[in-house]
Design a protein. Structure first.
Length: 242
């Protein structure tokens, strides 16, 4: 039996992010992977996506409403997930890939997620980058859809829910901390040094994650919204985010 091809999947819905985010992500993956793979974008609109991107409709997800906390990501655990099989990595579309990511497919683990940077003592992971076998863990979706009110009273967002459930099942593990780095916590200097020291790419980093402010365009232009989060113009973000 042939070994399943590696899958890279992402999601785009609503109007917060345009198709250029997906196109840039696909370009970054192409430059930073040497193993065969499929790139699939699940979206409510394929308008503007480059021709080489496999655009699929968003998986069925009966959104219970309330604040948008990324709950739709739980639909990636549908079984089957289209015709996908084998190792599958979900990537947020606002990350920046700065190094080869083949290693994300060979690293051991049943379900791998980023260890939370701000509160590392908790099992909660950051779901900007996670790996699983396509079709695995459908119980996450089933349980959420039947118990969503209770679950949303217990956890704030989808990454807390996913991490909690898989931690309880003994299936949760984390990427090496050097591979997936927060731009705010891992690249920017701490206040007040961030006013004088420009953001840097840490050694062995493969993916820079943008959460909250700044986002990649803000980092490129040096747009600051908080005095404690002053951001220098960061040319290396523009170099990689294309």
């Amino acid at each position: 039996m042939a070994t399943p091809m590696a899958n890279i999947i992402c999601m785009k819905w609503g109007t917060k992010y345009g198709p250029e985010y997906v196109n840039r992500l696909a370009n970054m993956v192409r430059r930073n992977m040497t193993i065969p793979y499929r790139f699939v974008c699940m979206t409510d609109s394929a308008v503007g996506l480059d021709a080489g991107i496999d655009a699929r409709p968003l998986p069925d997800f009966d959104d219970p409403g309330g604040p948008e906390r990324g709950w739709r990501k739980i639909s990636t655990f549908r079984n089957p997930l289209f015709d996908l099989k084998g190792p599958t990595i979900f990537l947020d579309i606002d990350i920046v890939i700065v190094g080869n990511i083949d290693c994300l497919f060979s690293h051991p683990g049943e379900f791998i997620i980023i260890k939370d940077w701000a509160r590392p003592w908790r099992p909660t992971g950051n779901s900007s980058v996670y790996r699983f076998e396509a079709g695995a863990h459908p119980e996450l979706l089933t349980k959420f859809m039947s118990e969503h009110a209770q679950i949303r009273s217990e956890v704030r967002n989808e990454q807390e829910y996913i991490s909690r459930e898989l931690h309880r099942a003994g299936k949760l593990s984390y990427w090496p901390k050097e591979w997936c780095v927060s731009f705010k916590y891992g690249c920017m200097a701490k206040f007040p040094m961030n006013w004088w020291v420009a953001p840097k790419i840490p050694q062995d980093c493969r993916i820079v994650v943008f959460h909250g402010h700044p986002n990649p365009p803000d980092a490129v232009e040096g747009i600051t919204k908080k005095i404690t989060r002053h951001v220098h113009k960061t040319p290396w973000v523009a170099e990689h985010w294309r």
